[in-house]
Design a protein around this ligand. Structure first.
Ligand SMILES: Cc1cc2nc3c(=O)[nH]c(=O)nc-3n(C[C@H](O)[C@H](O)[C@H](O)COP(=O)(O)OP(=O)(O)OC[C@H]3O[C@@H](n4cnc5c(N)ncnc54)[C@H](O)[C@@H]3O)c2cc1C
Length: 424
C-alpha cells in the first residue's frame, strides 16, 4: 500500500495519479481491497490542506464530465459539510472531549479493559481485529472498514461511541475533529437521530476480497440480524449557532505582521494570504501536548511534524522571510514569545476550524492583546459559503453544491467556484 502523501509535492503527484481514476470511483470505491487502489488516500493531505478541496474539484471538473464524477465530488464535499456542521455547533466537539475524559475516569475497570482489548485487535472477531491492527500499523482505514468497525464497537461490543472515536482520533493520520466525531455520531444514531448503522457479515462478504475473508473466527457475532442497535445518550448541545464571521481577504497594513502557520490549513500561500508580506513565519509543534492531552500515536505525531515542516519550507520560499518550526510545550506562550521577539504588531493566520487549535484561540487572543498585538484570522471564501450551507442534513447541502458545481463545470472561467459575484 502506498503511504499517504504528507507534503504538498507528494499530494499533488498522488492526486494527478488518481485523477484519471475518479471516473470509476462510484463503482469501485466501496470495495475494501488490500492496497486500497480504488480510493485516493488523499484524506490526510486534504485534512491538513496540503491540497485544497477547491483544487481537487477544479481539476476534476476540467477533466471529466460532471455526471461521471458526481459521486467523487459528493464525497469530497462531505468533508466540507461535516466541517461546516461542526463550525455551527462547536459544543458537539467540546462535549465529546469532555465525555472522553469523564468516561476514562468513571467507567468500571472491566469496561475500560474490554475497550482496550477491542482497540488492540483482541475482540476475537478476526476481520474486525485485522482492521484494528491495520489502523494501528498504518494510520489508515478504508471508509467502509471505518463504518463496519465503528458499528462493531458500538452496537456489537456495546461500548461508548466516544471512546471508539477517541481511538480513531489518536491513530488516524487524517484524524479530523469534524469528519471523525460526526461520522461516529452517525454510526451511533445520534447524528441522524434514531438512524443507526449496523454491521452485517453479508456486506463484508460483498466488499472484502476472498483472502481477507479466509479468517472467519468470531464472524457469527456479526452475522446478518445479530447486531442490534445500542442506543446511547447524546450529551451534546446540537443547537445551531451563527457561523463566526471572518474576513475572506487580507489588506496589508503599514505595520509589522507575522504569519502563524498551523495544521488546519498548511498552505496559506495558495489562498487569500498569498500576497501577505510577513516579516516572519512560525509554526508550533507540541509533541508533549499531543502525547499527554490527546494521547496521539507516534506516527500521528510524526505526521503532524512532517506536515508543519513542509508548510514552513514552502512559506520560507514563498514569503522570502525567516520561517521557523518551533518545538514547544505550550502554543499560547510560544506564539506570544515569538510575536514579541519579532516585534510584531499583528499576527495573521488562516482561521482554525473547531478542534484542538481552535480551542486555544481565546487564550492566544488574550496573551497577544496584553502585548498590544492584533490577531487577524482569515477564512477561505469557498469555506465561508460552504459552511453556511451546512445548517441541516447533507442532502439539502449537496443539492445546492451540486447545482453550483454543475454551473461551474459549464463555465470554467469561474474558479475558485465560490467567488462573491458567483455566490449561491
Ligand atoms: C467512523 C468514521 C470515522 C472517520 N474519521 C475520519 C477522520 O478522522 N478524518 C477524515 O478525513 N475522514 C474520516 N472519515 C471519512 C472517510 O472514511 C475518510 O475521509 C476516507 O476513508 C479517507 O480515505 P481516502 O482519502 O482514500 O478517501 P476517498 O474515498 O478517496 O475520498 C476522497 C476524499 O473525500 C473525502 N471523503 C470521502 N469520504 C468521506 C466521508 N465519509 N466523510 C468525510 N469526507 C469524506 C475525504 O477528503 C477523502 O480524502 C471517517 C469515516 C467514518 C465512517
Amino acid at each position: 500500500m502506498k503511504d499517504a502523501p504528507l507534503t504538498r509535492t507528494d499530494a499533488l503527484a498522488a492526486w494527478q495519479d488518481f485523477l484519471p481514476r475518479t471516473g470509476d470511483y462510484a463503482t469501485k470505491r466501496n470495495h475494501v481491497v488490500i492496497g486500497h487502489p480504488h480510493v485516493s488516500r488523499l484524506s490526510a493531505a486534504m485534512r491538513y490542506r496540503l491540497i485544497t478541496e477547491d483544487e481537487v474539484i477544479k481539476d476534476t471538473l476540467m477533466t471529466h464530465r460532471f455526471l461521471k464524477v458526481e459521486k467523487w465530488l459528493q464525497e469530497v464535499c462531505w468533508r466540507r459539510y461535516w466541517k461546516g456542521w461542526l463550525e455551527l455547533r462547536p459544543d458537539v466537539w467540546t462535549s465529546w472531549r469532555r465525555r472522553v475524559a469523564e468516561l476514562r475516569r468513571n467507567l468500571p475497570p472491566e469496561v475500560l479493559s474490554k475497550a482496550d482489548a477491542v482497540a488492540a485487535g483482541q475482540s476475537g472477531v478476526a476481520c474486525m481485529d485485522a482492521f484494528a491492527h491495520e489502523l494501528i500499523h498504518t494510520g489508515y482505514l478504508h471508509n467502509h472498514a471505518r463504518m463496519w468497525w465503528a458499528s462493531f464497537w458500538i452496537h456489537a461490543e456495546k461500548l461508548p461511541w466516544e471512546l471508539g472515536a477517541d481511538f480513531f482520533f489518536r491513530h488516524l493520520l487524517d484524524a479530523d475533529p469534524a469528519s471523525n466525531t460526526l461520522s461516529w455520531r452517525w454510526v451511533a444514531g445520534l447524528q441522524t437521530p434514531g438512524k443507526t448503522y449496523l454491521v452485517r457479515l453479508s456486506n463484508l462478504e460483498k466488499y472484502l476480497s476472498a483472502d481477507q475473508l479466509k479468517q472467519t473466527a468470531g464472524s457469527e457475532r456479526i452475522a446478518d440480524g445479530v447486531v442490534t442497535p445500542f442506543l446511547q445518550t447524546d450529551y451534546a448541545d446540537r443547537s445551531k449557532k451563527s457561523l463566526p464571521a471572518y474576513p475572506v481577504s487580507y489588506t496589508q497594513k503599514n505595520q509589522r505582521c507575522g504569519l502563524w502557520l498551523h495544521a488546519d490549513d498548511s498552505s496559506p500561500e495558495i489562498g487569500p494570504l498569498q500576497t501577505l508580506q510577513p516579516v516572519a513565519v512560525a509554526a508550533f509543534n507540541n509533541p508533549s501536548v499531543y502525547q499527554n492531552q490527546y494521547r496521539l500515536s507516534d506516527q500521528r505525531i510524526a505526521c503532524l511534524r512532517k506536515v508543519l515542516t513542509d508548510g514552513i519550507t514552502r512559506s520560507a520560499s514563498h514569503y522570502a522571510c525567516p520561517a521557523t518550526l518551533i518545538e514547544s510545550s505550550d502554543t499560547v506562550v510560544s506564539l506570544s514569545d515569538w510575536a514579541q521577539a519579532q516585534q510584531l504588531q499583528e499576527v495573521v493566520a488562516m482561521a482554525p476550524t473547531v478542534g484542538p487549535i481552535h480551542d486555544l484561540l481565546p487564550k492566544i487572543r488574550q496573551h497577544l492583546n496584553q502585548l498590544g498585538i492584533q490577531l487577524t484570522l482569515i477564512r477561505r471564501e469557498s469555506d465561508t459559503h460552504a459552511f453556511a450551507l451546512a445548517g441541516a442534513g447533507f442532502f439539502p447541502f449537496w443539492e445546492k453544491m451540486n447545482r453550483h458545481l454543475q454551473a461551474t463545470a459549464n463555465d470554467q472561467a469561474h474558479f475558485p467556484f465560490f467567488e462573491t459575484s458567483h455566490a449561491l
